[in-house]
Write a protein that binds this ligand. Structure first.
Ligand code: PRX
Length: 635
């Protein structure tokens, strides 16, 4: 395999090589994969256009690198241990050989439906093995998968189906979440009401309950797979052919379909997995992320499977049947690596240590976190009580757009510091830039987090809107990729992520655009306008605070209006975007030119209105006092 780092000196050595000779460095890493045809150039790029190419003109299939390349050594080893929502239901297991057979069957079934290289496939599924199988089946035939998190509403799904121009949707009749079932097929039906493009819906039967099937459109999973061969030659793709689209929120407008490539993404997700987590043969890796998010793509599916890892996939929620469930799973499968979000750690921490009693945690070797800053309390709790002072905690900073981890400790190698993502991985050149575009050199500086040089796993475009890709990531600070995050580099050169500097909020590790939520609120017939900001929330990291201008209330009064606003957001986006606090206000603080001064609302929501700064540009300064007096948090 590629260069594995196992000492701090080794890290600095690799890092230096990756900066002084990036092409040589990445060619070396890429050499350990199975390419049908080698590249002509390692990289060709231009951040001005922007164009980004890695392993130019190389040919490959990522699934051959998961399966064929490793079958001889790993064929009989476990690829997936699947743990169902209900601990009393039987778990399921796949070896690499078994997984390949069913991936091939599913790939052949997709082909039979006329799906071919370059077609898009929407997956709206619960966390069952069939979701991973469908992802890999798409990759096998060169179809571009777009997984939509199964907590999104019908409207959000419809928007993504339309944007991705998908002809086929794979779903399930229901999904389980703790004691509830979610009617996924019904949501798909609703989403497709206005779509003529989708000709086929494949329905996995997660429960016994039957659902109505639309004639000539819907087909059950078993029927879909019937009489398919377990052999399916891999489609040979160009390194730059898209592997998948994943929608994520930005600061404006509709969610963006982030496009990832085949060759570069493969090298990057596999390289970072091996190094950050220091996974070794015989280890068992459990990532709690849903495949509907980038963490699920890169570090539940691709990165681990490319390394021949043994993964644990969990269907349910972390606190059901009780708050000890995660630790039961760790004990049951003898998990060595546990990768999760700080919000989950905070939620379990508040439940108390009695849920740890009698749990077998001694198999754990490495704990990883991702998605949001981890506060020191959560860091110490997970380090002391879960990792039992034995396991390194790797706080990994990255994004949907980066494809893989960018700044993080190498487990057991990089000395950690609570709340710090520590140092950049080899190949990653972070730059801190102030708001005037000046690079902040040296240590003890803070500013906007940008990246100077491309890396293989970075996004290549926004589906159908390359101009937006350019505007969002490459225009703010010329010559650099701009992450949208603020960062501090401390006196030791360690990086601490400070959070988003744009109108994106991070709720329980889920990224949401405030504009998206405002659009959903504004759909309410009685709402004139609204402004949404994040505020500090003890469990979720950030909560959603909506200031809503709604001059008349209906019969249900204020409570009724708030409830119907919540329902509207649920319907248009999904429960993850439901505001935690809704304050009805007579007006929003606006400048004379009509711009909402969000800074003021953010400060009020954070409970700190002591120094609001210059508010003289406001059209109506009094509105600030009115909002403060009626604020839903202590100001
Ligand atoms: O603000 C950063 C935060 O999550 C954002 C990316 O969200 P998303 O694309 O959904 O990907 C999440 C999983 C990779 C970032 O811009 N973020 C991610 N990891 C960290 C983080 N903030 C602080 N510390 C982290 N380790």
């Amino acid at each position: 395999m590629f260069n594995k780092i196992n000492t701090l000196g080794g890290y600095f050595h690799e890092y230096q090589k990756s900066v002084s000779e990036p092409e040589k460095f990445w060619a070396q890493q890429a050499d350990s994969f199975y390419w049908r045809q080698r590249w002509t150039h390692v990289t060709q790029w231009d951040f001005e256009k922007p164009t980004i190419n890695w392993f130019c003109n190389a040919k490959l299939n990522i699934t051959e690198n998961i399966f064929e390349k490793n079958l001889y050594t790993h064929g009989e080893q476990i690829a997936i241990d699947w743990e169902p929502n209900d601990p009393n239901e039987a778990s399921r297991q796949y070896t690499y050989q078994e997984l390949l057979s069913v991936v091939n069957q599913t790939a052949n079934a997709l082909k039979r439906e006329g799906i071919k290289k370059g077609d898009t496939v929407i997956l709206y599924m619960p966390m069952v093995p069939e979701l991973v199988i469908a992802v890999l089946a798409c990759a096998r035939i060169g179809a571009i998968h777009s997984v939509v998190f199964a907590g999104f509403s019908a409207q959000a799904l419809a928007d993504r189906v339309r944007d991705a121009e998908a002809k086929i949707v794979l779903t399930a009749n229901f999904g389980y979440r703790a004691e509830k079932t979610i009617a996924l097929k019904q949501i798909v039906d609703e989403a497709l009401e206005k779509s003529d493009l989708v000709q086929r819906v494949v329905v996995y039967q997660r429960t016994q309950k039957e659902v109505p099937l639309k004639k000539d459109r819907d087909i059950l999973w078993d029927e879909f797979l019937a009489d398919t061969s377990t052999d399916c030659p891999a489609e040979i793709l160009d390194s730059e052919d898209p592997l998948f689209i994943l929608y994520t929120s930005g600061s404006t407008g509709q969610p963006k379909g982030i496009v990832h490539s085949t060759g570069g993404y493969m090298v990057y997700s596999a390289y970072t997995f091996a190094n950050v987590f220091q996974y070794q043969d015989g280890d068992v890796y459990f990532c709690t992320a849903d495949v509907g998010w980038i963490t699920g793509h890169s570090y539940l599916v691709y990165g681990p499977l490319l390394n021949g890892a043994h993964i644990v996939m969990y269907e349910g929620v972390p606190s059901w049947p009780d708050s000890g469930r995660m630790w039961d799973i760790v004990g049951k499968y003898q998990v060595t690596h546990f990768y999760t979000a700080p919000t989950l750690i905070r939620a379990l921490l508040t439940m108390g240590n009695e849920y740890l009693e009698g749990k077998a945690l001694s198999s754990l070797k490495v704990i990883g976190t991702v998605g949001e800053p981890i506060n020191e309390d959560a860091w110490h709790w997970v380090h002391d009580h879960i990792g039992q002072n034995r396991c390194p905690v790797v706080d990994t900073w990255w994004q949907t757009e980066t494809g893989g981890v960018m700044i993080a400790p190498i487990a057991g190698v990089t000395p950690t510091k609570p709340s710090f993502a520590t140092l950049p991985l080899p190949g990653i050149q972070p730059v801190i830039i102030d708001n005037d575009g000046q690079e902040q050199r040296g240590n003890s500086v803070e500013g906007n987090l940008c990246i100077r040089y491309p890396w293989p796993g970075m996004a290549r475009s926004i589906w159908g809107d390359h101009e937006r890709f350019k505007q969002t990531y490459f225009s703010q600070f010329e010559h650099y990729y701009f992450s949208g995050d603020g960062v501090r580099r401390d006196e030791d050169g360690y990086y601490r992520i400070l959070g988003r500097v744009d109108d994106v909020i991070n709720v329980s590790g889920h990224r949401l655009g405030t504009a998206e939520i405002e659009n959903a609120i504004n759909e309410h017939p009685l709402v004139n306008e609204s402004a949404v900001v994040g505020y500090p929330h003890p469990i979720k990291g950030q909560g959603i605070y909506a200031f809503v201008v709604c001059p008349q209330t209906s019969t249900g009064g204020e409570a009724g209006i708030k409830q119907s606003i919540e329902q509207g957001v649920n319907k248009l986006i999904g429960p993850i975007a439901r505001p935690d606090l809704i304050q009805l206000v007579p007006n929003l603080p606006k400048t004379r030119s009509g711009k909402i001064m969000r800074r003021i609302l953010r400060q009020i929501a954070a409970g700190d209105a002591t120094s609001l700064g210059d508010i003289s540009t406001l059209l109506d300064e009094q509105i600030v006092d009115i909002i403060i007096n009626e604020a839903l948090v202590d100001v």
